[in-house]
Every structure is written in C-alpha cells, then in structure tokens.
Write a protein that binds this ligand. Structure first.
Ligand code: HPA
Length: 269
C-alpha cells in the first residue's frame, strides 16, 4: 500500500507544476469552484496509476493543479464513495497521496440532508465535528506512521479555520450554520426514523462522504475545513421525496456562496 501511494505521488509530481500545500475536494454539484482555478495541469483520475475511477453522475473525476485566491492549489473534482463499492482504503487513497505531495490544509465540501429544525434547503453548514457511522474504519489495519495508532479526535475540524470562515461569511453577508455531520454509507437516503435517530444522537446534517477522508487527513496531521450544503431536509413534517438530481440542483444553486467563502479562506490561509 505504501509503495502504491509513493508511486502515485511520484507520478503526479512528474506532471504537476508548483508545490501546493492546500487541497480541496469538491462534492456533489459543487465542482464549479474548480472552474475558477487558473489551471496549469489537469489529470483525469483514470490516467493516475493506482487511482480508483469515479462512477457517479455529477462527479467528473479530475485532479487539477493551478492557483485559486492567489495560492497554489490541488483540487479533486469528484471523490470516491464507499457506496460505489470501493474499500475504505480506496476511498481515502487520494488523501494519502495528497499527504505525500506535501498538502498541509484540506478543504472538503459535500451535499447533505439537514436534520436540525432551524436549517433550510440552501443553507451552508460549517462542519464543526462529525459522527462516523461507516461500517468500516478507514484506519483499520496496520497503522500508518503518519499518525498514532489511536488518534485523538478532539479537534478534527480546525478551530482557526472555522473562525476564519465565520469572519469571512460575516464580512460578505453570507448566512452560515454550524453543525455536526453524520457520515453514513448510503446509497439510500434516510427513512424518517433514521433522520430522527441521527438528530437524537447529535447530528445536524447527514451525508454519504467526507468522514473517511477527514479521518485519514487528520491522521496525517493535515488541517481540515469542511462545509456542507443542505440540499434536503430530514426534519419531521418537512421530509419530502429526495432524488440525486434534486440534491445536485440545490447544491448547484448555493455553490457560488460556498465558493466565495472558500476562495477567500484559501487567499488568507
Ligand atoms: N442523506 C444522505 N446523504 C445526502 C442527503 C441525505 O438526506 N442529502 C444529500 N446527501
């Protein structure tokens, strides 16, 4: 596994320009921020040795290098989901490669269903913490020397970055919520009883991604900032049918605001 990671990192290094220390992973319907990057190198996932290939609609599956907000950046447009059939090692492989490439700060975004009754569709939620409900742990197995066997998780989402996001949102007049992201395997959206349960256990939003990548990034000592776009509501009496297309549409509508915050954070970071 370690050889694969270094082999992939070496291959990417031979193609990329610059030395980015910031990376972003763009989730469902949220790939447009990548269009603002002044791109120097584009690599399709399918070209990258040892990389899994993204299969889901709305995930275009490319790695971009360039500048955003005046900073060098690595962007993943599209991610690998556990529900697609990848193992946790495959889902988190790109993050391990990022670490090898020298990434120090990771921005992640996703579409999520809101359980907090004060949330509305189209809200942005800064992730302050998560609950990992995936059936397999990404750090299961021999420990990688990037971090301890039993990693501390008390500040998985960097407080300084959260404060910076709040300050930027306030300056720009963008409303942001804070909350706990529940990571589930999918691919089903939740039943009303499941949304209720996730609310009871302390969740504000639920989605099918992010948590595995964040755990591995944290274990690698990478600072993490995460944002969810609330695309549907799992709130009692507000639950309606949800589809992938609606999730994409709702995410698409708010992505300029998310992009505003992230671009400025990257600029200031
Ligand atoms: N549940 C799980 N994943 C999601 C949802 C949801 O309601 N919305 C967007 N991704």
């Amino acid at each position: 596994m370690y050889e694969k990671i270094t082999e992939t990192a070496q291959w990417i290094r031979s193609k990329m320009q610059g030395h980015p220390t910031t990376a972003i992973i763009l989730g469902t319907g949220l790939g447009r921020l990548a269009e603002e990057i002044q791109v120097t190198t584009t690599i399709d996932y399918k070209e990258i040795p040892n990389f899994p290939v993204s299969t889901v609609e709305g995930h275009s599956g490319r790695m971009l290098f360039g500048t955003l907000g005046g900073q060098e950046i690595l962007a993943m447009q599209g991610r690998f989901h556990y529900y697609e059939g990848y193992s946790m090692k495959e889902v988190t492989f790109p993050v391990r490669v990022m670490y090898e490439l020298g990434i120090k700060t990771l921005f992640v975004s996703n579409a999520a269903g809101g359980m907090n009754p004060s949330f509305s569709i189209g809200d942005l939620m800064i992730i302050t913490d998560h609950i990992n409900l995936f059936p397999e742990h990404p750090l299961r197995g021999p420990n990688f020397p990037t971090g301890p066997r039993f990693p501390d998780m008390h500040e998985t989402y960097d407080h300084e970055l959260i404060q910076m996001a709040d300050a930027i949102a306030q300056e720009k007049g963008i409303k942001v919520q804070h909350g706990v992201y529940v990571g589930t395997q999918g691919p089903t959206f939740e039943t009303p009883a499941e949304y209720r349960m996730f609310r009871i256990i302390g969740g504000d939003a639920v989605g099918m991604s992010t948590v595995p990548e964040v755990i591995v990034a944290h274990h690698c000592g990478i600072r993490v900032f995460g944002i969810s776009v609330i695309t549907d509501l799992g709130v009692e009496n507000k639950i309606v049918e949800v589809s992938h297309e609606e999730v994409q549409k709702a995410a698409n509508a708010v992505q300029p605001l998310m992009a505003d915050i992230m671009r400025e954070m990257i600029h200031r970071n």
